[in-house]
Design a binder for this molecule. Structure first.
Ligand code: NAD
Length: 295
């Protein structure tokens, strides 16, 4: 069983760390929130009073933080940069969703010190984190991927090797841009049908089983009452927040600028989600974008 330092015990990191404890690993945790640490200690983890203490002697370090500046701060530029506290050959798995540029930059600083740093952002939301069924998109060398996979298997179901360092973050940005486009398109079509007199359940079923079928219609219908377990039927509580979708679309737009790629649909989806967020809906599930279409 491995010695793991786990930093960032929020909505995602908390349940991911619990699954590692349940699998029998020795997990030492740190978060800025004392309550988050207590939850993990109650689940069988060991607490640390600083991030540096949590990673001392660890074979693996896993981080699950909000954004690139937190990841760079933790490992490189903060008061106690973790790269100063890690043994050479430690494997660091950063599962935060951050920009590919920062992931590559932090990875290259790690490499200079003989530390392995790989990007492994996830898809599947809080439900997937709790159930241990996340998808991981990994940017790493072949040998780094092979070393990380047994741990990722504990927290996820589909573990993809996207390519070299930074590739996991690029795959994640592409996927979430497509998800945003699918959700806005599905909302637009459903709303138009309902405003023309159709029953949302009947229209959803027609489109789900016809050529417009997609993930939103399969498992995440944005119209209230169509799927009892979807956030739409629970006042858009829980799920994946508009704030996080806006953040991910910002990362996708940065990427499209860097490569000069045409993303007219992604740009439109970004604008729609940002306008929805700016009206005070940042804390709602992202399927609430359908409300911005309703009269
Ligand atoms: P969250 O805000 O619930 O958790 C982040 C945690 O990091 C907090 O507990 C915070 O206290 C801690 N933290 C921040 N800076 C720290 C530091 N320097 N040291 C120690 N702890 C620190 O966020 P989340 O929902 O768990 O998301 C984490 C990452 O996963 C984000 O990058 C997000 O985009 C991504 N993600 C989230 C979801 C989702 O559905 N929530 C899905 C896929 C990916």
């Amino acid at each position: 069983m491995a010695n793991i330092g786990f930093i960032g015990l929020g909505n995602m990191g908390g349940p991911m760390a619990i699954n590692l404890v349940k699998a029998g690993h020795h997990v030492t945790v740190f978060d800025l929130s004392a309550a988050a640490i207590t939850t993990l200690v109650n689940a069988g983890a060991k607490s640390a009073s600083t991030a540096a203490q949590a990673v001392t002697g660890a074979d693996f370090v896993i981080s699950m933080l909000p954004a690139g500046k937190h990841v760079e701060g933790l490992y490189v530029t903060g008061e106690q940069p973790l790269f100063d506290h890690l043994d050479a050959d430690t494997l660091v798995i950063d599962s935060s969703t951050i920009d590919a540029k920062t992931a590559k930059h932090v990875g290259s600083i790690a490499a200079e010190r003989g530390i392995h740093f790989i990007d492994a952002p996830v898809s599947g939301g809080v439900g997937g984190a709790v159930a241990g069924t996340l998808s991981f998109m990994v940017g790493a060398s072949e040998s780094q991927f092979d070393r990380a996979k047994p741990l990722l298997d504990v927290m996820g179901k589909n573990i993809f090797h996207a390519g070299i360092q930074g590739s996991g973050q690029i795959a994640k940005a592409c996927n979430n841009m497509l998800l945003a486009i699918l959700m806005t398109g599905t909302s637009e079509a459903l709303n138009m049908g309902v405003e023309n007199g159709l029953d949302p359940k009947v229209l959803s079923e027609i489109m789900r089983l016809s050529s417009g079928g997609n993930w939103a219609l399969e498992v995440y219908n944005p119209y209230p009452g169509v799927m009892p377990n979807a956030p739409a039927s629970n006042d858009y509580q829980g799920g994946f927040q508009v704030d996080l979708m806006s953040k991910d679309l910002g990362l996708a737009m940065d990427l499209s600028e860097q490569s000069g790629s045409a993303t007219p649909m992604g740009t439109k989806a970004r604008d729609l989600f940002n306008a929805h967020r700016d009206k005070g809906n940042g804390g709602l599930d992202f399927s609430s974008i359908i409300c911005s279409y309703q009269k």
